[in-house]
Design a protein around this ligand. Sequence first.
Ligand code: CO
Length: 134
Amino acid sequence: MLGRLNHVAIAVPDLEQGIATYRNTLGADVSAPQPEPDHGVTVVFITLPNTKIELLEPLGENSPIKGFLEKNPSGGIHHICYEVDDIISARDMLSAQGARVLGDGEPKIGAHGKPVLFLHPKDFCGTLVELEQA
Ligand code: CO
């Protein structure tokens, strides 16, 4: 069912500092910041030869990464995103096995313009998992 690793997302308290770390210290190709008000984050994409890294900074008062940053004040790995060929059949197969899909269970359009879902970390080795339609 699982396809490619689409991205690893890192929550950061200060996006400018995160951009500087990846662009200047690590010499990576970092995009312009993209506000995603529907998801409560501002994101930049870092393109690597085999995958992407996303840096997420809270946007707005009810950002879903606010609590994570309170527990991890210097930032940290927030989720990993795997591609699936058919997000609805993947969701139904996982739900049938007892895995919890977050929110109302319906895919939302993610930062790359494709449908995404999030799976409960307690069901996946303590890691928040995002599925993205390939
Ligand atoms: Co993501």
